[in-house]
Every structure is written in C-alpha cells, then in structure tokens.
Design a binder for this molecule. Structure first.
Ligand code: HEC
Length: 124
C-alpha cells in the first residue's frame, strides 16, 4: 500500500516542479533589454559610474566599478541581486529598489554596448 502511494505521488511532484521551472523560464525570456531605452535611464547612474576611478565615500570608501562593456545579463542580474538584498551595498540597493526588471535589462544592454572606443558616449 505504501509502495503504491509513492508511485502515485512522485510523478505529480515531478510535473509540478517542471511546470514551475517552465513558468520561470518563460518569464525571464519575456524581458528583453533595449539599449536605446536604457540610454534614457542612465541619468541615475552617471553620477558615479561614468567617472574613471571614482570612489563613493558613503558609508565607506568604495571603488565604483566600470559598467561599460560588461555583459548585459550580468549587469541586470547584479541589479536584481542588489534589489533582493543578495548583494549588500547600501547605495546600490536603494537605487536598484527603484528599478523594474525591464529597467535592469535595458540598463544592462546599454552598458554592454559601451566600449572605451565608443564614439559620442560620454555616459559610459
Ligand atoms: C552613489 C553612487 C552610485 C550610483 C548613483 C550608482 N551606482 Fe552602481 N555601484 C556603486 C558602487 C560603489 C558599486 C560597488 C558596490 C559593491 O561593491 O557591491 C556599484 C556597483 C554596481 C554594479 C555591480 C558591478 C559589478 O561589477 O559587479 C552594477 C551592475 C551597478 N552598480 C549598476 C548601476 C546602475 C545601472 C546605476 C543607475 C541605475 C547605478 N549603478 C548607480 C555606486 C553607484
């Protein structure tokens, strides 16, 4: 009897797990970053991230990382990690808290498109 029950329940669990996973993948695929849209959103970031060797001094002295040329999905997922609190930097947490998933994807694509030699790009 116990043996039979297991056989009935396990496939259902597997199905539930695979449905949950499919749902997640579909959600992530819906959001596509747009570098042009991102350009309209970087005004929030340029005070710190566009200055070579800039250091933020609150609450401690932090080196502000260069974003231009980094991988777009990496930037978006870093922002999501700040928003969720998985990454702890207080300034970036409060900035990321105001961003939607779409904003993060757009910003990621915008910064990914920047390189040291990008012309007309004061906002790297
Ligand atoms: C007040 C200064 C400041 C502003 C404004 C700011 N940042 Fe940051 N950002 C930092 C600092 C300092 C770090 C490094 C924090 C750490 O060590 O986790 C950082 C880290 C990051 C990282 C992680 C980079 C990496 O290499 O892992 C990303 C991505 C990022 N910021 C994106 C943004 C975006 C996009 C904006 C605008 C929406 C923004 N930041 C606005 C100061 C700032």
């Amino acid at each position: 009897m116990i043996f039979m029950k297991k056989h009935l329940i396990l496939p259902q669990l597997a199905l539930a797990a695979s449905l949950a996973f499919t749902g997640f993948a579909a959600h992530a695929a819906d959001i596509k970053g747009d570098a042009n849209a991102g350009q309209g959103k970087v005004w929030l970031c340029i005070g710190c991230h566009s200055i070579p060797d800039y250091r933020a001094d609150y609450p401690l002295v932090y080196r502000v990382p260069m974003l231009g040329g980094q991988n777009g999905p990496y930037i978006a997922s870093s922002l999501a990690a700040y928003k969720k609190g998985e990454r702890k930097h207080p300034t970036m947490r409060s900035i990321a808290a105001s961003l939607s998933d779409q904003d993060m994807a757009d910003l990621g694509e915008y910064y990914a498109a920047q390189t040291a030699s990008s012309p007309n790009n004061p906002l790297k």
